[in-house]
Ligand binder design. Structure first.
Ligand SMILES: NC(=O)c1ccc[n+]([C@@H]2O[C@H](COP(=O)([O-])OP(=O)(O)OC[C@H]3O[C@@H](n4cnc5c(N)ncnc54)[C@H](OP(=O)(O)O)[C@@H]3O)[C@@H](O)[C@H]2O)c1
Length: 254
């Protein structure tokens, strides 16, 4: 009999995952995707109420989850977390936006947005990788970047600077940690309906721009991101590192 190849496992059973920004939008979707696949999911964000609601809803489904109140701008706390706990999967979905014409961006906006989107993402990755290396374990780190890590956008010089930065950072880290079996990738969504994008969707001019650019004729939903995150977290993507998965409805096709 011909020996057939076996489909790799998408299961995350027995793994512990950290999801940042898990109390809302895409991060919440990621927490569901990983918990449903069998991982124990540590859900992190600053606001305790939304976080506890998310964890209670996950547990209500019979999945394994816990809440962790964390401002990831606090690098001391972030470092401590990885010194006390090991995560085979890390999904970083905490992110913010302050859109404006580049000539109006203030140094304060620059520091706040780069602080969360890039600085904390950088050290989160480094601390997670160091813990895995020390434990001699492989792992998968996934950053929710953006299509804006590949193109430019109206009033988005600052946001694009952080997301393009994330893309370069991930490639370099993949080179550094490949030998230890630590994979690092980004997922790059187009406009997804979440609290972060509400004001953009409420602006008729911006909404028209979005609909003109997305070839599949609809905006994204959180569910559109969940399969990619489960894939990148699992052994099904064992040979994937240093790259990005664009889930952009064809935005960047032209
Ligand atoms: N929605 C889109 O269209 C879209 C498209 C492309 C990329 N993205 C990216 O996807 C990620 C998630 O976006 P989203 O739309 O899901 O946003 P969201 O609904 O506003 O959720 C953001 C999450 O990040 C947490 N967070 C923010 N600052 C934090 C900090 N300093 N420390 C810890 N947690 C923090 C928030 O909780 P607390 O405020 O309670 O801390 C919340 O859970 C972001 O990186 C965003 O750039 C979004």
């Amino acid at each position: 009999m011909t020996e057939l190849p076996r489909t790799p496992s998408f299961s995350l059973s027995g793994k512990t995952a950290l999801v940042t920004g898990a109390s809302s939008g895409i991060g919440q979707g990621c927490a569901v995707a990983l918990a449903e696949a069998g991982a124990h999911v540590v859900c992190a964000a600053r606001g305790e109420d939304r976080l506890n609601d998310t964890v209670a809803a996950l547990q209500g489904q019979g999945w394994s989850a816990e809440a962790l109140v964390l401002d990831q701008g606090d690098l001391g706390k972030l470092k401590q977390l990885f010194e006390t706990q090991n995560f085979e999967v890390v999904v970083n979905s905490a992110g913010i936006a302050r859109h404006s014409p580049a000539i109006e961006t203030t140094p304060e906006d620059f520091d706040v947005v780069t602080g969360v989107n890039l600085r904390s993402a950088y050290f989160l990755s480094a601390y997670a990788a160091r813990a895995l290396i020390d434990a001699g374990k492989p792992g998968s780190i996934i950053h929710i970047s953006s299509q804006m890590g590949h193109v430019g956008g109206v009033d988005r010089a600052l946001y694009c600077a952080t997301k393009h930065g994330l893309e370069g950072m991930v490639k370099s880290m993949a080179i550094e940690w490949g030998k230890q079996g630590i994979r690092i990738n980004t997922v790059c969504p187009t406009f997804i309906r979440t609290p972060l994008t509400q004001s953009t969707f409420d602006n008729p001019e911006r909404s028209a721009w979005i609909m003109e650019k997305i070839k599949l004729d609809r905006v994204g939903e959180v569910e559109d991101i969940m399969g990619a995150v489960r894939y990148l977290a699992s052994d099904a993507s064992a040979l994937v590192t240093g790259t990005s998965m664009l889930i952009d409805g064809g935005w960047t096709a032209d």
